[in-house]
Structure formats: C-alpha cells, structure tokens
Design a protein around this ligand. Structure first.
Ligand SMILES: [Zn+2]
Ligand SMILES: [Zn+2]
Length: 397
C-alpha cells in the first residue's frame, strides 16, 4: 500500500464520483451528441479537445463509432435496423445489454462508412484515441488510485466506467423509447423520461430530441430543464460555443385575424407543435366537457378511450386503431367533429403540391368551418391558428 495524494471519506467518494461522471455525461451530450452527431452547436477547439480527452480517459469511446451508431438510430428508428430500439429488441435487452448492442453496431464498417462522416481525423485521433482506445481508462485508473488510494480509487473508477453503459446505452436508448411522457407525436416511440434533464445531461428529454433532432436545446416547455443547454449557454457567453439550430418557436401575433404566407410557413415548419397544441387545447378540452356531461360510466369510458386513440392517431394510424376510434367516437358527435377537423388540418399540410396561395385559401376555409362548428374550443383554435408565425430567432443570438 502507498499513501495517496488525498484520503477521501466515503462521502467524498460519492461526491467525487458524481462530479467526475457528470463531466462525462456533459461530454457525451454536448460533444458527441449535439456537436458531432447533429451539428446543432459548434465548439471552440479548446473545449472540443478537452471533451475528446475526457471521453477517451473515461469511456474509451471512438467519436466516429458513436456518431455513426447514433445517426443510424435516427435514420432507422424503431425498425429492425435500429441499433438499439426497445420496440424491436425488447426493453430488457436494451436496458441491460445496451452497451453490447452498441458494440455490435460500432464494429460494422458499412455503418461507419455511411453514417460516420465529419468526425475528427487529426493526428491525435488516428494515433492515440482510435489506436489505443483502452489506454485512456487505464490511465484514468492509475490517476484515481494515485489520488484517492487503491480501494477508493478503484471504486470511483468502476463507477466512471459503468456510468455511460448504464445511463446512456441502457436508460436513454431503452427507457427513452419506452416509458415517459410525449410532447410531440413523432414517428417513433420516443419519450421524455423526466421533465428535468440533470442526471443524464438533458438527454432525459428524448421525445423533444426526436421531434427536433438538430436543435441544440432539448427542453421546449417552460417547466422543462436541460442542464446541457445551461452549460452551452455559459460557453456561448464565454464565446466558446455557437449555436447552429434551435427548435423553431411558434409565436402568436395578437390581433392578426387572417391567414397569410407567414401562417403557412409557421404551420409547415412546425406541424408537430401545431398538432400538440390542437390535441391539448381542442381534443383534451372537448373531452373534458364531454366527460362532464356524460350520463353514464360506460360513456365516460368510451370517451376516455377515444381521447387516447385521438392522441395516437397521427402520424402513424393503423387500420385497427382507426376502426376502434370510429367506434368509440359514436359516443360523442362533438368529439367526432373535432376528429374530422383534425383530419382536415392534416390533409391540408400533407398535400405538398399545394402552392402557398392555395394553402392560405385552404387554411382560411378550415378556419371558417371551425368558426361555424358551434364548438367554442375549435373557434378559439381557428383564431390562434391565424395568428401563428415563427419567431425570429437568430441562430447565434
Ligand atoms: Zn432515440
Ligand atoms: Zn440524436
């Protein structure tokens, strides 16, 4: 035994492990994910090099491999080609064997060739990080034992090594497509695990990320928090980072009571948000009114079921779901009318052939129909829809 530089207490061990693993999570979410894989943020060379070094020391991750596997996940999401979909592989397999699934995919040269472009290829990448991947964690082990002693150093090191396989490969890739709430009806099964993204660097907001994969900020609701974005904001103030893309923000023009080119642009660029608003404000509002007026428990049950199906109906309805939905909607002509207005709206924006002008006309027509429906929440939504425009968010503001 030898004297280490520090003699940490067990409380210190917990705090040190938490701090060091937090730096690793931040490196993964800011450098590997937002910067390298999606190019939503650019980083100063100093910051990039720090993250690369830290990831090599604590995870032995090769940037090109991580980026390629992750981009393939987005491109093939929830199919048999998705490297780690719990829908295709089963939740327990992804949760407990996520790191192994990652390695299987990272070994495929065709995946690296197709999805691994644009990652670092400098001298240190070729000759150190990629060539001697395991040397990083070995050096980290030596440093931990030197600083914190053999037993405590080894414990801290083990936690560091297991942190990413557990939280990123297991929890985000598994639970993030299995359990939690959805702000957006994306084409995949992604979920926001928690509204406060702290422990896993903001990656908890996985549904938001799949809805707007190229946004540097993962939180979208006022009550959500993305700690990764918090650090990016600090780096921006220090002029060590610039943001390329953010979620396009829908804002309301007050007193604007007609559809124009800005309305069309806002809706086309932000269908997911418009539909989320429609579901929350109209579908859920009418559902609550109808439940309040329902005569029997049986009707209430059918309404509840209809609401659930309405939330799942877009963008990937299947024949069984539609049949079931029509059946449940017989319990409420009012909710049925809301459903038909939902379909009309989807049809307007699905028709890509529409010129800007005909789309304005069709949106106006939709609003007139909503105003004449006699359903107050639909009327209010029509007024809201006319006022939509995209906020002018300069990329590097
Ligand atoms: Zn995902
Ligand atoms: Zn991503």
């Amino acid at each position: 035994m030898f004297d280490s530089f520090f003699q940490p207490t067990w409380l210190d061990v917990c705090l040190i492990a938490l701090l060091l693993t937090h730096i690793t999570i931040v490196s993964v979410t800011i450098f590997l994910h937002r910067h390298q894989a999606h190019r939503s943020v650019e980083l100063h060379g100093l910051i990039s090099h720090f993250f690369r070094l830290w990831l090599w020391l604590t995870t032995a991750t090769v940037t090109r491999e991580w980026v390629a596997v992750h981009r393939k996940h987005h491109a093939r999401v929830e199919t048999s080609e998705d490297p780690h979909s719990p829908q295709a592989n089963g939740i327990f397999r992804v949760l407990f064997l996520g790191a192994w699934l990652y390695r299987l995919e990272a070994c495929k040269s065709e995946t690296l060739a197709q999805f691994g472009h644009g990652t670092p290829k400098d001298w240190i990448e070729e000759n150190i990080y990629t060539r001697f991947t395991l040397l990083g964690p070995v050096l980290m082990l030596v440093a931990n034992v030197t600083f914190f002693g053999t037993t405590k150093g080894l414990i801290i090191w083990s936690i560091q090594i297991l942190w990413i396989p557990l939280w990123a490969a297991g929890v985000i890739n598994g639970v993030g497509h299995f359990l939690g709430y959805r702000n957006f009806q994306t084409l995949d099964a992604s979920r926001n695990i928690l509204p406060w993204g702290i422990l896993i660097g903001g990656e908890e907001l996985h549904n938001n990320h799949h809805a707007y994969a190229s946004s540097a900020k993962l939180s979208v609701r006022p009550w959500e928090f993305d700690i990764g974005w918090f650090y990016i904001s600090i780096l921006r103030i220090l002029r060590l980072a610039t943001v390329n893309r953010m979620v396009p923000q829908l804002v309301q023009r007050t007193e604007h009571q007609y559809c124009d080119a800005d309305t069309v642009k806002a809706i086309i660029n932000n269908k997911i948000q418009v539909m989320a608003d429609f579901l929350k404000l109209v579908v859920d509002g009418v559902y609550r009114e109808e439940v309040g007026n329902a005569a029997t428990n049986k009707v209430r049950k059918r309404l509840k079921h209809a609401r659930e199906l309405l939330h799942r109906e877009w963008p990937t309805p299947d024949a069984d779901l539609l049949l079931n939905l029509e059946k449940q909607l017989e319990a409420s002509p009012k909710l049925n009318e809301v459903y038909s207005m939902k379909l009309r709206l989807q049809e307007i924006w699905s028709n890509n052939q529409s010129s800007g002008e005909s789309m304005i006309d069709r949106l106006e027509e939709w609003c007139t129909h909503a105003e004449e429906s006699g359903i107050q929440l639909l009327q209010e939504f029509a007024s809201r829809l006319k006022g939509y425009r995209l906020a002018n968010v300069p990329a590097n503001s």
